[in-house]
Design a protein around this ligand. Structure first.
Ligand code: SF4
Length: 429
């Protein structure tokens, strides 16, 4: 069977033009996907059944036993942490938030180690953003700052920027100017009309210098700033001011370098300065396919985008205190439920060691680095392949992902609803 207009559930681009061939049990062909998508759809390395660690061995357990054990671990905990959520659909995220509330635990998503600083900056100064469709159809200047889309979002350039012709940009490759700002010459930088190489940690200073030039106070820049010559700074500022429509995309090279949320605030304020001259927007390059959705769903229900603590009986949010890395580093939580992410591969060592000490449960289709830290793992269907649900693209556009065939595993939502039902009954709620 050939299915058209399939949504790729790998990165935040959520490309919705894939053509998938399936034999009803597995995927046998992918068209229009990048290499990451091909691996996602064609890879066949799923965990077959729930597994439990006994000493240094693993044994298979039934789904019913695994769900009951997961609920009991969470019920026994004084301060459970529910972490992950960026690799599952919005419906499952919603059940997760209600589960955290009834447990009085903390729920956090992967923004905590990626675009959390971006969200904090947006909370301070707002977000002059737009959809990717607007960028495709209008932008004649595009900046990637601290982002390498060729490797992390391979079709971003072909669907929305350099190689995508738009309504007002008929010959994109010639008409659209590409600027890349980074600390090293990445594959994306090699394509740029202007590559701005900055010294590591120099983002804030370079953003401030550009703001000064755009504000008409270029005379305060008397020499190079963070390794960037004055001439290049003036040239880039000039290019931006003369654009008909400009778009900045920033990645973890900006959010996670020294300055963090203040870097993003400065970049947003540069965008505001540019809007005195022309139209300019700024958007984060969200990584996981539904990390934006986790922020949306958390916000609808609790008012906060990540790191939500229900210990007081109400939602409380304080990045640096209620964020997963801080809770784990303080050895504060006594059980952890990991859903659709891999903190074992991304968290600092001290956090991973604490995850290995406490009962950690993982809900994920695949064996990953977190498997080696956890006590129990429940495999689930993969959203966009044998489960469906709602996801949010990196620009905040909700897109419905499709189920291509019936698989052998329940979805994240089904597993979480069953855990929630047991917890609810035990709590008499
Ligand atoms: S760019 Fe991202 S969403 Fe698009 S096909 Fe590649 S991995 Fe999938």
């Amino acid at each position: 069977m050939r299915v058209e207009d399939v949504v790729c559930t790998f990165c935040g681009c959520l490309c919705d033009d894939l053509v998938i061939e399936t034999d009803g049990k597995k995927i046998v062909g992918v068209e229009n996907g990048c290499t990451l998508a091909n691996e996602k759809f064609m890879g066949d390395h799923r965990l077959k059944s729930p597994i439990r660690r006994e000493g240094d061995r693993w044994s298979e357990v039934s789904l019913n036993d695994a769900i009951r054990e997961a609920a009991e671990i969470l019920l026994d905990a004084d301060r459970p942490l529910l972490y992950g959520w960026s690799g599952t659909h919005g419906e499952a995220q919603s059940v997760g938030v209600h589960l955290a509330e009834i447990l009085g635990g903390v729920i956090d998503n992967t923004s905590t180690v990626c675009h959390g600083p971006s969200i904090m900056a947006i909370q301070e100064v707002g977000h002059p953003g737009c959809t990717l469709g607007q960028v495709k159809n209008r932008a004649d200047v595009v900046l990637y700052w601290g982002a390498n889309p060729i490797e992390a979002h391979p079709r971003h350039l072909s669907r929305y920027t350099t190689y995508a012709d738009g309504f007002f940009v008929k010959n994109s490759f010639r008409e659209r100017k590409l600027v890349v700002v980074d600390v090293r010459e990445t594959e994306s930088a090699a394509l740029a009309d202007e590559f701005v190489r900055i010294e590591p940690g120099g983002d804030y200073a370079v953003l401030s210098a550009l703001r000064a030039i755009v504000r008409g106070r270029g005379e305060v820049i008397t020499g190079p700033v963070a390794g960037v010559s004055r001439e290049q700074l003036v040239r880039v500022a000039d290019l931006c001011m003369k654009a008909k429509f400009g778009a900045i995309f920033f990645g973890l090279g900006l959010t996670m370098s020294p300055g963090k949320n203040k870097n993003i605030r400065n970049a947003i304020e540069l965008t505001e300065e540019l809007n005195r001259h022309t139209k300019f927007t700024i958007s984060p390059m969200r990584g996981h396919w539904n990390v934006y959705g986790s922020n949306e769903v958390f916000c609808w229900i609790t008012g906060y985008p990540y790191a939500v603590d229900f210990a007081r009986g109400i939602a409380f949010y304080n990045p640096g205190e209620t964020t997963s890395v801080d809770i784990l580093r303080r050895e504060e939580c006594d059980a952890c439920l990991v859903v659709a992410s891999d903190p074992g591969a991304h968290f600092p060592r001290a956090c991973a060691e604490h995850l290995a000490r406490i009962p950690t449960i993982q809900i994920d289709p695949h064996v990953n680095a977190t498997t080696h830290l956890c006590r129990l793992q429940i495999p689930v269907a993969v959203t966009g392949i044998d489960a469906e649900g709602t996801a949010y693209r990196m620009d905040g556009v909700p897109i419905r992902t499709r189920k291509l065939f019936d698989g052998d595993h329940p979805s994240d939502t089904e597993i979480l609803e069953r855990i929630y039902a047991i917890v609810k009954e035990a709590k008499g709620a």
